[in-house]
Design a protein around this ligand. Structure first.
Ligand SMILES: NC(=O)c1ccc[n+]([C@@H]2O[C@H](COP(=O)([O-])OP(=O)(O)OC[C@H]3O[C@@H](n4cnc5c(N)ncnc54)[C@H](OP(=O)(O)O)[C@@H]3O)[C@@H](O)[C@H]2O)c1
Length: 294
């Protein structure tokens, strides 16, 4: 690894992206471009000093012209991106019936179409030099879905499917693809959860889906608080993938992610589905007053 390694990271305004920016700032051998949406740039510029090897740029990854501008600036300065880290993401918390088409589109624009757009624009350079790495930050939600997180899961499943196909397509070209799959991370990122118009706490939801939100929201927050894995631990994991010659495609990145990874492989899906259903808090009581089911 050397200055020929040019790393582009998305979503550096908080959490895993910011932790990774901290680590890469000290890695003098790499050229690094960290990116974030405009509102996070002042904080990043205060924290890091730009140099001939470390740049801070605006990138809303749902914006095609911003994606093109960043990639072409890197091409002009340093030849092109050799390691792309698609880290930025959003997570809607809503049952499927409470999501609108616009909200589904926003979920997918950030977690799927943005990352895929970036992948397409960095690949020509990687193909030309015959090496490169695409590192997509997925989630346990890309292996198993949970109630109230259907749209988020769908976006991560989509990213997983694409990454698997890409792995085959790019292996003959010397380009590696990896999926980092964190489970629950001890961070404040649950504060960044997005609500749909119909699922937001301001709706003071009553009725059919009230139990789902009432039990799932604290359940998820509790699991995040109990997690022993910090954003920095995930960033260290990503750094190892950057430095490893042939990293694997799937990288479960927390203890729970490893457990789920193996459960999914060794327990028949039909049985696992029912086991996980039973583990949901108070699930037997959910929507009891509102259903005709026996
Ligand atoms: N935390 C967990 O428990 C967990 C578990 C599994 C997977 N993950 C995945 O890990 C990745 C990082 O999440 P995190 O935990 O670090 O959460 P986070 O602190 O909420 O960070 C997400 C970052 O994505 C950025 N972002 C959102 N929309 C964007 C857009 N349109 N363009 C550019 N950047 C955008 C946010 O930027 P702003 O600051 O500008 O909003 C933020 O910096 C995500 O892909 C997430 O799905 C997290």
């Amino acid at each position: 690894m050397s200055k020929n390694t040019v790393i582009l990271v998305t979503g550096c305004g908080s959490g895993i992206g910011l932790a990774l920016a901290n680590l890469l700032y000290k890695k003098m051998d790499y050229r690094v471009i960290i990116t974030a949406r405009v509102k996070s740039l002042p904080m990043l510029k205060e924290k890091f000093i730009e140099s001939d090897r470390f740049l801070i740029r605006k990138l809303d990854l749902t914006n095609e012209s911003q994606r093109a501008a960043v990639v072409s600036e890197v091409a002009e300065l340093w030849g092109g991106v050799t390691v792309l880290i698609n880290n930025a993401g959003v997570s809607y918390r809503a049952v499927v019936e409470h999501m609108s088409v616009d909200e589904e589109q926003h979920q997918f624009a950030t977690n799927y179409f943005g990352p895929v757009g970036l992948i397409r624009s960095v690949l020509p350079h990687m193909r030309k030099i015959g090496r490169g790495k695409i590192i997509n930050v997925s989630s346990v939600s890309g292996m198993l879905a949970m109630p109230t997180m259907g749209s988020y899961s769908a976006s991560k499943y989509a990213l997983e499917g694409l990454s698997e196909a890409l792995w085959y397509e790019l292996k003959p070209l010397g380009i590696n693809v990896s999926l980092i799959q964190p489970g629950f991370v001890h961070s404040k990122s649950f504060l960044n959860v997005k609500y749909s118009i119909l699922s937001g706490p301001e709706n003071d939801i009553e009725g059919l889906y009230a139990d789902y939100y009432q039990h799932m929201t604290p359940f998820i927050e509790r699991l995040m608080k109990l997690s022993l894995t910090s954003p920095n631990d995930i960033a260290v994991r990503i750094l190892k993938v950057i430095e490893r010659k042939n990293p694997p495609l799937w990288i479960p990145a927390t203890l729970d992610a490893q457990v789920f990874y193996y459960l999914r492989r060794f327990i028949p899906r039909r049985i696992l589905l029912n086991l996980l259903f039973s583990a949901l808090p108070n699930v037997r009581k959910w929507a009891r007053k509102y259903t005709n089911s026996a």
